[in-house]
Design a protein around this ligand. Structure first.
Ligand code: SF4
Ligand code: SF4
Ligand code: FES
Length: 260
């Protein structure tokens, strides 16, 4: 087994402020960045705060920025860096720091709660739902999400614009809206819920200018932009400009104005 000493720069601090600190840490063959953070804790900085759980790329807790790119620390091999390169580890930039590498990601939980749940189809018992395999596969791609929030962190709409957070759900939750809107058994429309309208008016779909940065950082390889956001935008536009939908809305509005 070969070992070498590598230079690391790690952000240390809390909500009041902080800065980058330099460390030299031993690296062994086959290790990932999270191994190094653990060795740093064990040997030089026992109070370094870091969030992790599975060390297998499945819990979504160890998200951080490594050399400025949002990544999972447990899935980033040290072999992707040159041995003489300084590896800089900083907390997710879009969320408030609690301490060191741990951020407060509660923005995401608040946005999750704002998306209305699946509406079961009336008259069909749970367990008797039937749908085409192609529809199953479409939503299964989105179901691979491990809620690491790397896509939320990288999206420029909120990354540098705290003021946009109130109006924008972010790629992970717009993807959830898209998944439900594509679901052939979702009975939201029958219940008076127009998911395309809420995507635009309540979840900020219009802020997304399909840069695909969210897709690039997704550790599950979900094609967030191509398979969720663009189709949702297309359906939202169809809803707005389809003459039949326009006429239907107009008649509904007129009936609401005139109770006779
Ligand atoms: S594609 Fe849309 S949601 Fe994804 S990073 Fe770009 S602006 Fe954000
Ligand atoms: S869509 Fe991908 S990047 Fe976004 S939270 Fe889910 S797994 Fe993470
Ligand atoms: S520790 Fe679970 S995804 Fe990295």
């Amino acid at each position: 087994m070969t070992t070498y000493d590598a230079r690391f720069r790690v952000w240390r601090g809390d909500a009041e402020g902080g800065g980058l600190r330099d460390f030299t840490v031993e690296v062994h063959d086959g290790e990932v960045v999270l191994d190094i953070v653990h060795r740093l804790q064990a040997t030089q900085a026992s109070d370094l705060a870091v969030r992790w759980n599975c060390k297998a790329g499945k819990c979504g807790s160890c998200s951080a920025e490594i050399n400025g790119r949002p990544r999972l620390m447990c899935m980033t091999r040290m072999s992707v860096f040159e041995r003489d390169e300084t590896v800089t580890i900083t907390p997710l930039r879009a969320f408030p720091v609690i301490r060191d590498l741990v951020t407060d990601v509660s923005f995401n939980y608040a946005k999750a709660r704002e998306v209305p749940a699946f509406v079961p189809p009336p008259g069909v018992a749970a367990g008797a739902y039937r749908m085409q395999q192609v529809d199953v596969e479409r939503s299964q791609e989105f179901r691979k999400c491990i809620e690491c929030f790397l896509c939320q962190d990288t999206c420029h709409v909120v990354r540098d614009h705290e003021e946009n957070k109130a109006a924008f759900a972010g790629p992970r939750f717009l993807m959830r809206v898209a998944e439900l809107d594509m679901h052939p058994l979702d009975a939201a429309a029958d219940a008076g819920l127009d998911r395309k309208r809420t995507a635009q008016e309540e979840h900020g779909l219009g802020y997304c200018n399909i840069t695909k940065c969210c897709t690039e950082v997704c550790p599950e390889g979900i094609k967030i932009t191509d398979n969720a956001l663009i189709p949702l935008k297309e359906r939202a536009v169809d809803r707005k400009y389809d003459p039949l939908v326009w006429l239907g809305n107009k008649i509904r509005r007129r009936s609401a104005d005139d109770p006779r």
